[in-house]
Design a protein around this ligand. Structure first.
Ligand SMILES: Cc1cc2nc3c(=O)[nH]c(=O)nc-3n(C[C@H](O)[C@H](O)[C@H](O)COP(=O)(O)OP(=O)(O)OC[C@H]3O[C@@H](n4cnc5c(N)ncnc54)[C@H](O)[C@@H]3O)c2cc1C
Length: 140
């Protein structure tokens, strides 16, 4: 339901924001109860929709969360919060598995997820869906 009217329904979870963080949380919360997503503007009016370059996660052969963490901290040149980087890189592979389970159609090559290498990444670990329109891609 999309509404701008007064809604008096009770929900188990209320999620503010309809970007990837909010929608990811909403999908997880929906496994435990009813969910309302509150957002400003249209539901697809968010930065996530415009993300182009893909998602980095250490899922390729020979890659690891530790390598991803090291590359990220090196590229950050002292500006990163190491704890946050540890969470981001450590949980990356499981998060990607969750997105695949939800039907995110990541680009493939020869039946395998295509992994790009760019920027400060020492390994191929960039996943895209629909090339450089990853954020706008809908689940299938
Ligand atoms: C052009 C562009 C390209 C990018 N490319 C990449 C990329 O290639 N790879 C990458 O990893 N990242 C990329 N990013 C960054 C990435 O898009 C963001 O880091 C990510 O989308 C953040 O997700 P989010 O859910 O936290 O925020 P958002 O997607 O911005 O969602 C925030 C949500 O909160 C809502 N909201 C805000 N304020 C309120 C309020 N007061 N009340 C109610 N709702 C509110 C908004 O309407 C929106 O729905 C790119 C960003 C842009 C703009």
């Amino acid at each position: 339901m999309t509404t701008t009217d007064r809604d008096t329904t009770r929900y188990d979870y209320i999620i503010i924001g309809s970007g990837i963080a909010g929608l990811n949380t909403a999908l997880l919360a929906a496994e435990h109860g009813s969910v309302l997503v509150v957002t400003k503007g249209r539901i697809d009016d968010c930065n996530s929709r415009y993300a182009q370059g893909g998602i980095a996660a250490a899922i390729g052969p020979g890659d690891s969360a530790t390598l991803h963490e090291r590359d990220t901290l090196d590229a950050g040149a002292g500006l990163c919060d190491p704890e946050a980087v540890g969470v981001l890189t450590g949980q990356g592979p499981d998060s990607i598995a969750g997105l695949i389970q939800w039907g995110v159609p990541f680009d493939t090559i020869h039946g395998q997820i295509a992994l790009g290498r760019e920027g400060a990444h020492s390994m191929p670990r960039i996943l895209r869906a629909g090339g450089d329109a990853t954020g706008a891609r809908e689940a299938t």
